[in-house]
Design a protein. Structure first.
Length: 270
């Protein structure tokens, strides 16, 4: 069983909500990323998402767009992301790590080559924002053979028929985009998102995570009531950006921020 499946099954058995955290690789510089990942785990993160910097993101708000720009300016590449995961694995062999980005980077490396390199580095899952299930056969086959989950997204505008189709192809967990908009948006409708989350959970045995618009302990606790866990991204990336010229303060800031969200999720757990 993969690290990701093992971790999520253990959380479910304990009745504990999963906390998935996102930061961008190489932001604000390469040597800041691995200490930040370890700080997220110390704060209570169960699964780590590491963003692959990309020059033309399609779903990201300004906070994560700027983080990608900083990562690219620091020289971060897809190969560099894998090297960071490998470095993280030296001290943490257990916490699942998911790469999140756009298909362009993977195609440039080649699906089979990427899957082999990602598995060797210690990657457990992949989210490709611009890859629909209909076009995912080649990459999914390569990832499956390497034990890496390809995670798909469902949004508020996804039809019921299409959502069912996506669930048939899903692995790892299902990522529910909780609002119509970009990352970091503030127009989160808990009632409608909750209803959709409950419906999705009734159709799959996979955990369903809620992401987008979750920025603090209050929003995390509210969304976790109807989800198996939450994904927090822009709020953490904003904390990294706020460190400015003091990147050495990033780990302590992230650990405290995640710790508060973890405490709120534990209150939401049955």
């Amino acid at each position: 069983m993969s690290r990701l499946a093992t971790r999520l099954e253990a959380l479910r058995a304990r009745g504990r909500k999963a906390l998935v955290t996102f930061i961008t690789a190489g932001d604000p510089r390469r040597d800041a990323t691995v200490p930040a990942l370890h700080a997220l785990v110390r704060g209570g993160a169960d699964v780590l998402e590491l963003g692959i910097p990309f020059s033309d993101p399609e779903a990201e708000g300004p906070v994560i767009q700027l983080a990608s720009e900083r990562g690219l300016a620091a020289g971060m590449t897809l190969r560099g992301c894998l090297e960071l995961v490998e470095a993280f694995r030296h001290d943490d062999p257990d916490t699942p790590v998911i790469l999140m980005g756009y298909l362009n980077s993977v195609l440039a490396m080649g699906c089979a080559r990427f899957a082999t390199a990602a598995a060797a580095a210690g990657v457990d899952g992949l989210i490709m924002v611009n890859l629909p299930p209909e076009e995912a056969q080649e990459l999914k086959a390569a990832l499956d053979s390497s034990g890496i989950s390809l995670i798909f997204l469902v949004s508020p505008t996804t039809t019921d028929t299409r959502a069912r189709m996506i669930l048939e192809h899903a692995s790892g967990f299902v990522y529910y985009v909780s609002l119509t908009g970009i990352t970091g948006s503030g127009n989160l409708d808990h009632a409608s998102a909750g209803a959709r989350l409950r419906w999705l959970r009734s159709l799959t045995s996979l955990p369903v995570m809620a992401g987008f618009g979750i920025k603090d302990p209050e929003t995390a606790r509210a969304m976790a009531a109807d989800a198996d866990g939450v994904v927090v991204g822009s709020a953490l990336v904003a904390t990294v950006a706020a460190a400015g010229a003091e990147p050495e303060t990033i780990p302590a800031r992230l650990e405290a921020q995640v710790g508060a969200i973890r405490a709120a999720l534990d209150q939401a757990s049955p």
